[in-house]
Design a protein around this ligand. Sequence first.
Ligand SMILES: [Mn+2]
Length: 392
Amino acid sequence: MIPVRHLRDINPFRPRLWIMRLTGVQRGMPLEGEAVDLLKQIASGRLGPPVLVYHWDADGLAAATTFMKFYGGDSEEVELRPPRFVRSFSFKELLEGAENRPVVVLDLTPRTWQLREALEVASKVVVVDHHYVDWEVPEGVTYINPAARGDLKGEWPSATWVLAEALGAHHPLLTAASIVGDLGRAALGNPVYARVMRESGLDPERDYWIPEEIAENLDSLHKACKYQGLQWYPRLLSYPTVDPAKGALEDVYLVQLRATVGFEMEELLERLRSSVEEPCEGVLAARIEGGLLARGSLSRELLSLAKARNPPGSFAVLAYRAKCDCCTVESIYARTWKIEERRRLEKVGEALKRLGLEPGGKIQRGNLVVAAEANGKLDEAYKAVVEALCSG
Ligand SMILES: [Mn+2]
């Protein structure tokens, strides 16, 4: 279940592969202009120690580590404040006690109301991201997101890569891990992934497992709801004596945590299989809770259960409550594998909006999902989604 692999005689961690300055040739689309200048000023430390607010996944952690590695001031003074596993967090709460500092938001896509709050409590607000954005960005927010209007060519596969291009520097293997973290095996078809792997002295296909293990190790922090770990690792991995990619690959705590997540996940999947309901034909639904933040994998598993039925079901609906030490996180997911069912999925999104939730997701071939954070409204959200799918 947990693959044990060895580095054999590959040693991608020779000093030459530590942080590399990107040259003009290696850079894809150079990011320039006032936005990048401000980011560089913050990274130099001249505007005072910043607060980093970053996504809890491998890409977010890699981006935060990259920023810390390049920070020109005293990195001990940088505040690391990822949100507590919810995207709809409040900057006012998150930045309490660290007001009037520059804030750098990494791999998160705050909504208009969140950015307005950020402007009230921070001296500068810079967002570095690669997600689609279709809402207003208030004046005063500096946005570095070349993928904001879409990225059909896959030039911006991770926020870490956007940050690398903006800073003009990165750790290529850590960047490769950030891409694998976001894309999974689809990274194998991504041009940026191939480039940064070669830059690391690695073969993009044969050595895929190296960035994959790094990404899985980093991702086990959020899967096991280790909030303190999210705050620690970008600092630990950016210490001058540590190679961040090697550190993330070999760190004993991360390796053990990943193993723990692996077998707890098996138990959770077992629980999921025994709590499946079928509120109407073709819709498989489940309401469960557990100690892992694993809503994405659980909802995908539920969809494969639906698909395996005879006749195959079209939809999976998951209401999941993750009970973490730091907090409880409730989410609602609806998935289908049929592109022709996208209209019904859109109805799910509308139903969730009517409840005051902020649904997001992807409606594209091969990945049709609508999801929302539902803290305090999980039962309502579940009923609304089932009704939207079952009422015709
Ligand atoms: Mn990302």
